[in-house]
Design a protein around this ligand. Sequence first.
Ligand SMILES: [Fe+2]
Length: 403
Amino acid sequence: MAHYRALGRLPRQRHTQLRDDDGHLFREELMGEEGFSSDSSLLYHRGVPSAITDSQVWDLPDQSRTPNHPLKPRHLKLHDLRTGPCPVEGRRLVLGNNDVRIGYVVTGTDPSPLYRNAIGDECVYVESGTGTVETVFGVIPYRAGDYVLVPRATDHRWVPAEPSRLYAIEANSHIHPPKRYLSRFGQFLEHAPFCERDLHGPTATFEAEGTDVEVLVKHRTSAGIVGTRLTYATHPFDVVGWDGCLYPYTFNIEDYMPITGKVHQPPPVHQVFEGWNFVICNFLPRKVDYHDLAIPVPYYHSNVDSDEVMFYVGGDYEARKGSGINLGSISLHPGGHAHGPQPSAIEASLGADYFDESAVMVDTFAPLELGEGGLAVEDPAYAWTWAGRGPDGGDSPAVFSNS
Ligand SMILES: [Fe+2]
């Protein structure tokens, strides 16, 4: 984020002494991206941020992936997935490639362990539930419809106030608003569908007491994604002040201003974030096309460079009745295969002036593979729903796709 924030106690100038009333010197830490060449923050710790007393293996949940082969569109019913209850360790891998992984968890109300994703930023969409995320930068509340953006290597823990459905998009890169929404100095431009006022970071520093505190660290080796349990001599939440442009924040889909048009608008107008080799878009309730002869549902499309993942999170699903797609569904429409509405759905949409559906979309530029969680809740009939019959014959329902 290119938006400067400052919280708590800071020395007047960076890299100079900051002491408490007893003369104790706070330890300054620069947390920065891209090798001192991108966004960063300076944090002032009571303890020593590098002081560890132990390092052990953390066995991650199953990270195995199965290629989408033979090639098929897929329907995954996340509300049938048994997960959790830990907001971090209970995540089950639904889809993934070497750029981004999507996990899903239904939490209980116990806090997660302290956790740090050292592989990349996380963008966790809150399908339902409320709570807070305690971080080394401060506490951020969350609620349904929030994207919770946690920068790479941020110590944090999830503290659900109620059971929460979390859709965790874990990148191997940084996640940020699209560059085309921003001025050359990073301010949101007038055509962007949201702006700085809609991004909510911590409002106060947050400290916790403790010694020999364990932090679960997700990281990479040549063998893939692994975990380590690091034990810190003192509690990592010991920051008395920080400033900079790198910090966690939330954005709620209610604050997104959909862009509409005289005829059908393509998915990029619904974009909210992007990472390396993927984008995140949200399709939200909105007025639709106002041309006299407009066709409100999309044309068939082959995104020849993308796999498209829709997660259906809200709205009226009467129009999809019988398709199998419902709240909590994921559709995976892979590159190399066209998708779009069933023909009768095109006629049925004519004259519509409003769509009441909410969906979060991840488009990747490399093929996605199925995680064990995705495979566990696949609807095998989905691939044949456009034709109305599959290899076994018989009827399959029509699909009304809004993406
Ligand atoms: Fe699509």
